[in-house]
Every structure is written in C-alpha cells, then in structure tokens.
Design a protein around this ligand. Structure first.
Ligand code: PMP
Length: 303
C-alpha cells in the first residue's frame, strides 16, 4: 500500500529540480494522463510488475484524450526503469504525461507534453481487517462522456468526491454505479470482484470500469487455479448478496471487504485467500509467470 509519506524522488525529463509552473495547463485543467506501477523486491531481484502493460495503457490514455504523439513504448520503458531508486526496490512509480506550459487553451494537440515520474516507498498492504464499503450516490459517467480507458488526472475528481463522501459517512471506500444502468462499475480507485456460490465475478468492461491490470492478473490467476471466473454485468443486489467481495489495484493489490453498507462479510474468504497467495507468488517471482509480467529493474539485488 502506498503510505502517506512524501514521494522520495521526482524526475522531470531527467531534471529533478525542475518545477511545474503554477499556470501549467495540466495543473489548471487536469489534462494529464498517468499510470501507477509497482516495483517488487522479489526472488529474481527488484522487478516491475507488468511494466509494458502499464505503459501501453499510458499511451492509450494519451491517445484517447487527444494528446498527439506520446513517447514511444521503448522510451517510456527506459525512463521508468531509470527512475527506480537504488535504495528503494519496493516502490510505487507514477509516470505522468502532462502539459507544463502556462497556456490556457484546451486543444490538446497544440500543447507540449512532458513525462515526469514520481516515486513513493511501498509499505506492506494492511489487509487482514478488510475495508468497509458503501454504494456511492455519485455515479460514473458513461463512455459517451469520457472514454473509460483514459486514466486522466481530471477524471479523478469524480473518485475524490465519492471517496470523501464515503469517508464522511464512516466508510473506507465507495462503489460507484453507472449513471444510466445503475450497475456496478468500480470503487474509487480500484476494480471490484465478488464471489457468489463459488463463482468469481467482476463487472465487464462494457460497463466502464478501468481495464485494471490487477483485475486482468486476477482473472488469469483464477483460470490457473480452476476457479470459475466471469466478466459480466453486476447489479447492486448481486453485490449485497455476495459471499466474498474484494477490490484490486496496483497500490492495494487484492484488498478484502469486511462489510458492505453494514452487512458483514468474511475478509478472509477461501477464494480471496487462494487468489492472494497466487498473486503474492506472481509479483515476487515465485511463480512461473507469463512473459512480460516481471521486468528486472536496473538496480542492485538486495538478496
Ligand atoms: N479503477 C480505477 C479508477 C483506478 O484508478 C485503478 C488504479 N489504477 C484501478 C481501477 C485498478 O487498476 P490497476 O489494477 O491497473 O492498478
């Protein structure tokens, strides 16, 4: 889990001292796209998990909001790998493609975008107690309003509003529903899974959740484990009747839910536990993982 600690290193085009102008377009309008990537101090040396998948999604986010010519994959890969600090093999990296210039125009094709990378130490995820969830009154806009695949900074105001309202009401996080269908989309910064009668389910991408890389990992690991895993429409009543619920995301990995709107759930259900064990093995290099899941960081091994 990402701690509240300040970031430990910032790289803007290789110049850590460079500041973002207050009038910068992305700061003023939320016109940046970003990724969150984990580096794990695993068995094969410090390695980034599904690096290229994250970078492909960054390029796609840029394309979806209209940023012309984002850096090629190879350049992004080189820059992110170079940003892993020698002393921090367990970290969370956030590459952000942003428009620094103090220009107020909103035609993104006319703006200059630059890559900055912020790094935070990663702390073990405190997951034994699980999270309490509510259903947010704040709905998610359909893809006709904002492409769901675009991980753009401005869109996170919607997550912040939902999360803040949930926290005020005494919950840890909120599930957001689709504006028109009222079906489950995702939580504020994570994908939602439920288990019902032994079947693992998650909202399909048609309903607008982010195509989470942890979500995809969990679906692949479930198949390996012989768990019946299905993507499809998920209603709130199905969520209310679930046997297990958990959230997934790069920062929180797999996080169990202990209560939904006050209804208690087991934060240590059998399917959650099986998937978490497999996930831990995958990120730490103990599992024969598919090609591209672990990319060795160019820093010294610690073990
Ligand atoms: N949904 C939202 C809105 C998110 O911000 C995130 C975090 N990136 C996720 C889902 C989970 O995606 P991932 O597993 O790729 O981190």
């Amino acid at each position: 889990m990402i701690t509240d600690a300040h970031s430990v290193s910032t790289r803007h085009d290789g110049d850590p001292a460079r500041e973002v102008p207050f009038g910068g377009n992305s700061l003023q309008h939320g016109t940046a796209v970003f990724e969150g990537i984990r580096c794990y101090d695993g068995a094969g040396g410090p390695s980034l998990f599904r690096l290229d998948d994250h970078l492909r999604r960054l390029r796609r986010s840029a394309d979806l909001i209209g940023i012309a010519e984002p850096p090629p994959l190879a350049e992004l890969r080189e820059r992110v790998l170079a940003a892993v600090p020698d002393h921090l093999p367990d970290c969370y990296l956030r590459p952000v493609l942003y428009a620094p210039d103090p220009i107020l125009g909103l035609d993104l094709r006319r703006l200059r975008f630059r890559l900055g990378i912020e790094v935070w130490p990663a702390a073990p995820v405190a997951r034994h107690a699980g999270l309490s969830l509510t259903i947010s009154p704040w709905r998610r806009p359909p893809a006709e309003c904002l492409p769901a695949g675009a991980k753009a900074t401005g869109a996170y105001v919607m997550s912040a509003v939902a999360r803040t309202a949930a926290a005020r009401a005494g919950f840890d996080d909120a599930v957001q529903l689709d504006l028109h269908t009222g079906r489950v989309v995702e939580a504020s910064v994570s994908n939602v899974f439920l288990v019902s009668r032994g079947v693992l389910r998650t909202p399909w991408l048609t309903d607008g959740p982010l195509a989470g890389i942890t979500r995809d990992t969990v679906l692949a690991l479930a198949t390996d484990l012989g768990i019946d895993a299905r993507e499809g429409p998920v209603t709130t009543s199905e969520l209310h009747e679930a046997d297990e619920i958990f959230l997934t995301g790069t920062a929180i990995e797999l996080m169990p839910v202990r209560a939904l709107e006050g209804r208690r759930l087991d934060p240590s259900g059998p399917i959650f536990r099986a998937l978490l064990a497999r996930f831990d093995d995958a990120v730490s290099g103990l599992l024969q993982a598919p090609d591209g899941w672990l990319t060795r960081a160019p820093i010294p091994a610690t073990r």
